[in-house]
Design a protein around this ligand. Structure first.
Ligand code: UD1
Ligand code: CA
Length: 459
């Protein structure tokens, strides 16, 4: 039987230094909040207990909404008297706390921690100590608790309480620990607050003569904490760098990694990403895709071979294989572009489906439309989809040709293989194969032919 773990996340602090009007666990990092990254890392490891305090309802509300299946338990620490006090509160207000073999304690403000780091800590624990603290080396250790190694165990001395000599120590406490529950319980009620901060320090549960271990991690980037907006920005850069490194190694060409903002994890081999491109974590990019500078891609799928030219903005959309888009095109939510189609500069598409090998090359707006395959739409086309109260649909069938500077007054259904002459405002549906010319004057192909013959007869 594997050991039962209680995960205790300290999230009661105010986060004053962030200078934001929100509790620190909810500080934004990419499209989520700090706490989400921590919860993702601990998910599946054990039963989750969140120590909340400042704006606890807001923090709990977030977890209940975003992580409904996590079953997180909340422990309110009304007054924040230190990390040791937080863990005391946990034991005092949770009768089941004793049921766990291990208690893992961590902070809500280290979003770069991964499951692998946590499992490594657990592995150290399985080797027999009563507690393990995760440590790393920091060249400028200011602010961190320093690790004072002794013959058997070790102690942690906080910045405020350290002597000048102790302050030179570069091995620091990350704030992540795992304890045998009984060891933690035995010691947490014996610590005092006789220190410079007047707080109960969780770190005082580590003793130089105890069976405790400081486990030194080689890569400190996983433990980067967020206390202010500078550290938040650095953390985001780190999150991106880690992802970009994985992408580069997997075969994606990212021309200037330090000026590219990619959170997406799935990008196919052979794709080329230019600088200043933003791709969020919910997007998926196929192989051999080219994305030129200045593109924003959010919650979208770009399939193999597509070329997204400079300064194109794509949100909640799907772009098919070998599609060419932009420069300066805008795909708004709900757009689907079929394989081989082409959208040129200043083309805006909203909630519309475009078929395969269709071309909308210049200065057009398509809203609430369904455009078939092999359609050619000239320059300056507009769907007039909104009547001031409601949105209406425009349908254009396969193989139709829509001349430049044309408007369609929706709702309207243009059949297959229709021909609309340039400069027309069309307000009536057209049957397959029909022809229309300016301001809604329409005729069938046959009617057109008759007129043509009459004219010829007159001559
Ligand atoms: C703590 C460690 C320090 C370590 C550092 C790593 C102690 C005494 N010190 O210092 O050795 O190097 O983390 O970042 O633990 N919290 C509560 N209730 C409280 C106090 C704090 O929930 O009463 C929470 C905070 O919201 C925060 C976390 O505990 O998420 C850490 O508290 P903080 O005051 O930031 O500790 P540090 O001074 O950073
Ligand atoms: Ca901190």
């Amino acid at each position: 039987m594997s050991n039962k773990i209680a995960v205790v996340i300290l999230a009661a602090g105010k986060g004053t230094r962030l200078k934001m009007d929100i509790p620190k666990p909810l500080a934004p990092l990419h499209n989520r909040v700090l706490l989400d990254y921590v919860l993702e890392a601990v998910d599946g490891l054990g039963d989750i207990h969140l120590i909340t305090g400042h704006q606890n309802e807001v923090v709990e509300g977030h977890v209940n909404t975003v992580w409904p299946s996590l079953g997180a338990k909340y422990i309110l620490q009304k007054e924040q008297l230190g990390t040791g006090h937080a863990v005391r509160t946990y034991f005092e207000s949770n009768e089941q706390a004793d049921d766990y073999d291990y208690t893992l304690v961590m902070c809500a403000d280290t979003p770069l921690l991964t499951k692998e780091i946590l499992l490594e800590l657990k592995d150290e624990m399985e080797k027999g100590p009563d507690a393990v603290a995760a440590t790393f080396e920091e060249q400028v250790p200011f602010g961190y608790g320093r690790i004072i190694r002794a013959e058997h165990g070790f102690t942690i001395v906080e910045e405020k309480d350290a002597s000048d000599e102790e302050r030179l120590i570069k091995e620091v406490n990350s704030g992540l620990y795992i304890f045998k529950t009984q060891y933690l319980k035995n010691h947490i009620f014996n610590i005092d607050s006789n220190n410079k901060a007047g707080e109960f320090y969780l770190t005082d549960t580590f003793k130089e003569d105890a069976n405790v271990k400081a486990h030194l991690y080689a890569d400190k980037s996983y433990f980067m904490g967020v206390n202010d907006l500078y550290q938040l920005a650095r953390t985001e850069r780190n999150l991106i760098q880690r992802n970009i490194k994985n992408l580069l190694i997997s075969g994606v060409r990212i021309l200037d990694p330090s000026h590219t903002y990619i959170h997406a994890k799935e990008i196919g081999i052979g794709s080329v990403i230019y600088p200043n491109v933003h791709i969020d974590v919910n997007s998926k990019i196929g192989s051999n895709v080219t994305i030129e500078p200045g593109c924003f891609i959010t919650n979208s799928k770009i399939e193999d071979g597509a070329v997204i030219k400079a300064n194109t903005y794509i949100t909640d959309s799907v772009v098919g294989k070998n599609v060419k888009i932009g420069p300066m095109a805008h795909l708004r939510p709900g757009s689907e572009i079929g394989d081989g189609s082409k959208l040129g500069n200043f083309v805006e598409i909203k909630k519309s489906v475009v078929g395969e090998n269709t071309s909308i090359s210049h200065l057009s707006y398509l809203g609430d439309a369904e455009v078939g395959n092999d359609v050619n739409i000239g320059c300056g086309f507009i769907t007039c989809n909104y009547d001031g109260a409601n949105k209406h649909k425009t349908i254009i069938g396969d193989g139709s040709f829509i001349g430049s500077d044309t408007q369609m007054i929706a709702p309207i259904n243009i059949g297959k293989e229709c021909y609309v002459a340039s400069g027309s405002t069309i307000n009536k549906s057209m049957v397959d194969g029909s022809f229309a010319v300016a301001r809604g004057r329409q005729t069938t192909k046959e009617g057109m032919a008759k007129r043509f013959i009459k004219k010829k007869d007159k001559k």
